[in-house]
Design a protein around this ligand. Structure first.
Ligand SMILES: NC(=O)c1ccc[n+]([C@@H]2O[C@H](COP(=O)([O-])OP(=O)(O)OC[C@H]3O[C@@H](n4cnc5c(N)ncnc54)[C@H](OP(=O)(O)O)[C@@H]3O)[C@@H](O)[C@H]2O)c1
Length: 277
């Protein structure tokens, strides 16, 4: 017998996260906080991860709740495999499951050093951010596979890697000269790896119902940025300005929801056109 075509969902249904559980690392930070609010506003239950449990719990309590959504805060250090495993288990214990994983955290201990000063150890250590993104993604993929072995109707999972425009293009030396160290070489190597790891995992895990995409922000500095640096960076943007953290909300929701159900292995740049010229 021919399979019946699934009914066409409305746009509201496609973007709705009601009943979904999103685990997001570095969630209380500058970009993580805006993305967390997006998921919560769309109806999801959030598992907020921070290296500090208290901070996670406090931020989780500040998020809007829709319907039966209940947010949780957990401790997770993505530079430690043990902590990734324990943190993921805690997320499942608290929220029952995880449907979306957002690898947003960034361990920054060497970013004050650029290509002129970074040590071999610092360079290597920075790449361990990708190790953390990978380990958490694999734990998540195994979780979806295990659920599907028991589920009557198949479940799907979405991994959102947070990359960077600096994973795709080099930086302008003159934008940094005299006001800051260059954008760190170890960061460019890291985020280029994040973008490409996305493609590899997406191909292998498509058959497991796990989509893997990368969301690459352009310049989204906090107010702490040096004013001259901001002025220079604005001249490099076709839109002539920096991004507001909430300008990532739409793209994050797209990747987390069924709106991107046929999208995997992609890198979406949200950069005001930075990489377009
Ligand atoms: N802002 C931008 O312009 C920009 C541009 C391109 C890409 N990005 C990317 O966007 C992501 C978020 O950046 P952001 O600007 O929002 O930075 P942020 O405010 O510093 O947030 C990053 C968060 O990562 C968490 N973190 C640090 N080390 C960790 C570790 N070992 N394990 C787990 N969590 C850890 C920290 O949270 P806790 O202290 O709570 O643990 C921190 O709040 C990063 O991946 C970054 O590369 C940012």
């Amino acid at each position: 017998m021919a399979k019946r075509k699934p009914a066409e969902p409305t746009v509201q249904q496609l973007f709705d996260l009601t009943g979904r559980v999103v685990l997001i690392t570095g969630a209380a930070g500058h970009l993580g906080s805006a993305m967390s609010r997006a998921f919560a506003e769309a109806g999801a239950t959030l598992v907020i991860a921070s290296r500090e449990a208290d901070k996670a719990a406090k931020f989780a309590a500040s998020l809007p709740r829709r319907g039966r959504a209940r947010h949780h805060g957990i401790a997770l250090d993505h530079m430690s495999t043990d902590s990734c495993e324990a943190g993921f288990m805690e997320a499942v214990k608290r929220a029952g499951r995880v449907d979306v994983l957002v690898n947003n955290a960034l361990h920054r201990d060497s970013v004050a050093h650029d290509l002129t000063t970074v040590s071999a150890e610092e360079f290597s250590k920075h790449q361990e951010n990708n190790t953390g993104y990978f380990i958490l993604s694999r734990i998540f993929r195994n979780h979806i596979v295990a659920r599907n072995q028991k589920a009557r109707t198949p479940v799907s999972g979405s991994v959102i890697m947070i990359g960077s425009m600096y994973g795709v293009v080099g930086s302008y030396p003159e934008a940094y000269k005299g006001v800051s160290v260059a954008s760190p070489v170890q960061y460019h190597a890291l985020k280029g790896g994040t973008v490409h790891m996305t493609r590899h995992l997406a191909v292998y895990w498509a058959k497991d119902n796990v989509r893997v995409n990368c969301l690459s922000p352009g310049p989204f500095p906090t107010d702490a940025i040096h004013p001259e640096m901001k002025r220079r960076l604005c001249t490099k943007s076709p839109m002539g300005r920096m991004g507001h953290n909430w300008e990532l909300k739409g793209a994050a929701l797209f990747f987390a929801s069924d709106a991107s159900g046929y999208v995997t292995g992609q890198n979406l740049l949200v950069d005001g056109g930075w990489t377009a010229w």
